[in-house]
Design a protein around this ligand. Structure first.
Ligand SMILES: [Zn+2]
Length: 389
């Protein structure tokens, strides 16, 4: 690895609280931060001095008109830390290198080894590919301080891939060999959890302490943030929501449920239904093109998907008791494009005749490229390098 790579010590709890606030909400005066974080004048001064000396935070003096004391404005030094975020698919490692603010400085991608006879991808080969990616991206910045890797599946202890959906992995420790090869802190996360962590600092979390993330693409994914804390491991890998029943006369999902959310919304299921109806193999893009050309069957399929997405968002919001849901993923813009999603949500929110409570649900759509996924992993690495839980 590059000699400029360095593992820096994590911040203290007080330093982290200040840095996190500045990263999430932007520059603030020392006095206002002390009040917000309930720190005494002396503690605030000591912590700010430590952060300035450590190069994490810069302090500018802003004159106050009249006779007031000048205000000391703290802001994060974006280049104080750099991290690589890497998103693994079944065949490629997509990477970005980011500064402290999550701004992407460069991108790169490396092919993973081909699937082996047992349909898994070589772990050692994957570690080599990620190391190659990291080395390439490290040249683009002054120093590198950490690595975040995200992938679809179940990850425990932020290092062990219990189930690597697209890599055919079971119980693979990915963090340890990567740490050994690079000498840097490494954190491994489920990709949707990484996205939820990214949203917590740089997206929905700026205004909502509780929110949900739904991804729609190759499978349905869920991220949960409760009271400012990301739920690191889901109890069910999202099954309870993905297979919630919508229509007892509806189509069957691949698991055999009748009319569940996945039967309508999962890409594989949509393609399967369209192909069965057409008598030939159709992929998602074919269906989208057919809708654009005015094909009724394709329009009905995608409207069904849009309706299922509306129900899913409403149910998730109700269970989480949040008014904020983030939709993301490769297929989400196409599906949520139909008015069926907003109509369904509006219908679900409509109060009964004797009810006075009005609820509003804020649903945003963020289509995700692989580089955006990799940026999510980079934000997890920033949080890890700074010592955030
Ligand atoms: Zn199902």
């Amino acid at each position: 690895m590059s000699a400029r790579s360095s593992a820096e010590p994590a911040l203290s709890a007080g330093e982290l609280a200040i840095t996190r606030h500045l990263l999430v909400h932007g520059p603030a005066s020392r006095g206002a931060l002390g009040d917000l974080l309930q720190l005494s004048y002396a503690s605030m001064s000591r912590l700010a001095r430590g952060l300035v000396e450590g190069g994490i935070v810069a302090e500018d003096v802003e004159p106050v008109p009249g006779v007031g004391r000048p205000r000391q404005i703290l802001s994060v030094v974006p280049g104080a830390r750099h991290v690589v975020g890497c998103k693994l698919t079944g065949d490629t490692a997509y990477g970005v290198v980011c500064d402290m603010l999550g701004d992407v400085k460069a991108t790169a991608q490396v092919a993973l080894p081909p699937h082996q006879a047992d349909s898994s991808v070589s772990v050692a080969g994957t570690v080599r590919a990620i190391t190659q990616l990291v080395t390439r991206l490290a040249r683009k910045v002054t120093s590198l301080n950490g690595i975040g890797v995200s992938l679809g599946g179940v990850v425990t202890n932020r290092s062990i891939v219990r189930e690597g959906t697209f890599l055919g992995w079971r119980d693979v420790d990915l963090a340890t060999p990567l740490r050994e090869r690079t000498g840097l802190p490494v954190v491994v996360t489920n990709d949707v959890t990484a996205l939820a962590r990214e949203q917590l600092w740089f997206g929905a979390g700026r205004t909502h302490s509780t929110f949900g993330v739904i991804t729609v693409g190759a499978g349905l994914g869920f991220g949960v943030v409760r009271e400012g804390v990301v739920v690191e491991e889901l109890i069910d890998n999202g099954h309870l929501l993905a297979h919630a029943p919508l229509d007892s006369r509806g189509p069957r999902c691949r698991m055999g449920h009748t009319g569940c959310v996945a039967a309508y919304l999962n890409r594989d299921d949509i393609e399967h239904r369209a192909s069965a109806a057409a008598g030939r193999r159709l992929v998602f893009d074919d269906i989208v093109r057919a809708r654009a050309a005015g094909d009724d069957a394709a329009t009905a399929l995608l409207d069904d998907a849009a309706r299922a997405l509306g129900h899913l968002a409403a149910t998730f919001a109700g269970a989480l008791q949040t008014s904020r849901i983030v939709l993301a993923g490769e297929d989400v813009a196409t599906i949520a494009d139909s008015t069926a999603t907003t109509d369904t949500v509006a219908d679900r929110l409509r109060p009964g005749p004797d009810e006075t409570q009005r609820c509003v649900l804020e649903i945003s759509t963020a289509p995700l490229s692989f580089n955006d996924w990799a940026r999510g992993a980079a934000v997890v690495a920033i949080q890890n390098v700074l010592g955030a839980a």
